[in-house]
Design a protein around this ligand. Sequence first.
Ligand SMILES: [Zn+2]
Ligand SMILES: [Zn+2]
Length: 272
Amino acid sequence: MKPQTLHCHTALCDGKHTPAEMAAAAFAAGCGAIGFSGHAPLPDGDDWCMPAVSVPVYRQAVLDLRERYRGQMDVFLGLEQDYFSPPAGEGWDYLIGSVHCVVKDGMVLTVDESEAAFLKAVRDCYGGNFYAFARDYFRLEAEVVKTTGCQIVGHFDLFTKFNEGNRLFDTTDPRYLGPAMEALDALLEEDVLFEINTGAISRGYRTTPYPAPVFLRRIREKGGRVAVTSDSHSADSLLFAYPQAFALAAECGFTSTVYRTQSGFTDVPLPL
Ligand SMILES: [Zn+2]
Ligand SMILES: [Zn+2]
């Protein structure tokens, strides 16, 4: 089957290119499908999200592209819901549910905005304790399916974005692994897919996808399913590091990945 991504962003939120430019790049790259997943609005209107007025524009742009590529490439209308996004309503092909921030003492602490903001949050709000921050993060992550109604869990361990090589905290420490596994086990009770997300690799933050192998193995053990996505914010990274992501899935025991087709989510055998 031709490759695809179900997670990408456009200039209507924090991406670089228009929906039409992203679709053209996907088609040129030989994709069988592209699924758009603009950041849903947040109540306090963060600049990485779509403002509410842009949502109808986004929907129409994607639906127009579906017509333009009909018979050549599937175009899906998705949305990336944050834990704190208002309900998405009906009319989406799928929702990705993601935790990007934690609210602590009334302050919104974003985990992936910048390393400086992440470090400031740990210092000012958690007395320098990364593990206390992680515990709050995974407490929200555990509920992300119930809160967003998503079909796909986005970047499960985004909390490690700036922690390549365990440079800030130790991901084997039970104070990290305990709350993370608890969240994962709660999510594995739900009928939901997990993405293997290469977005932080294309943007130079990490050398491996989310989630870490320890979590992928748990997902596999418990019969969960995974979909490889690029979380692409520009037309040149739609299929970034896919061979690496498929190899990782195979190493962690998966024999298939999930693709979206017109009839729904479908298992596709590895290796691809
Ligand atoms: Zn995200
Ligand atoms: Zn995203």
